[in-house]
Design a protein around this ligand. Structure first.
Ligand code: ZN
Length: 216
């Protein structure tokens, strides 16, 4: 980032993470962009990968939502966590009635991705879901190749090789008998969710559904 951008960030009020043309009023968004996100209605995503759990997303990966999500992830605009957590909460409300007693299991970042961003962006959004549903971080991600350029089958293989249940944490969750709702930022092919669900199922945890901030 050029030094002038750093200086601007230091001395001016933060710009809206989505439109960048107005000052952020709170939680990193201007009132208009916040209203755009509030107007979104959850949708049932249709992952291409067979065997992925059903996925409800807070909205399509486009416009205001895509901009805000990218700023949150790629520029570490952590102040957006409450806005994105609220969106996850609305997606969760669609599936929660069907899955009583469920806990949230965030899809983890690889160590490299976490280091690059400085935080675990999915876990931070989970922690900001209204009502504070229980969150169990019982997955871990081994290094994986960038999914850009991979075939759908290649994506699935890479995700399956990368995602693992944390043995002790997953066993503790399995012992409670509670089902898990997977949480991720964006669902594209569903390969990651499929692999995550498989890793949890292998540890005895049922995954009847997933929620995402956006569906691409
Ligand atoms: Zn805006």
């Amino acid at each position: 980032m050029p030094i002038t951008d750093d200086a601007r960030d230091l001395f001016l009020p933060a710009a809206c993470a989505s439109c960048r043309s107005a000052s952020a009023a709170g939680f990193g968004l201007c009132p208009d962009c916040a209203a755009d996100l509030a107007a979104l209605r959850p949708l049932l995503a249709a992952p291409a990968v067979r065997g992925a759990p059903p996925v409800v997303a807070a909205g399509p990966y486009a416009g205001t939502l895509a901009e805000a999500l990218n700023e949150y992830k790629e520029r570490s605009r952590r102040e957006l966590a409450p806005a994105l957590g609220a969106l996850l909460g609305r997606a969760l409300a669609v599936v929660a009635a069907e899955v009583p007693g469920a806990v949230l299991v965030p899809v983890p970042p690889t160590r490299a991705a976490r280091r690059a961003r400085g935080f675990d962006h999915v876990a931070a959004a989970c922690a900001a879901v209204p009502g504070r549903p229980p969150v169990h971080a019982c997955l871990r991600a081994l290094p994986r190749p960038d999914s850009v350029g991979l075939t759908p089958r290649g994506r699935l293989a890479a995700a399956t090789a990368s995602l693992r249940a944390r043995p002790r944490a997953a066993a503790a969750l399995a012992a409670t008998g509670a089902p898990a709702i997977l949480v991720d930022d964006v669902v594209t092919t569903g390969a990651t969710l499929h692999a995550a669900a498989r890793a949890l199922a292998g540890a005895g945890v049922a995954v009847p559904a997933a929620v995402c901030v956006a569906a691409a």
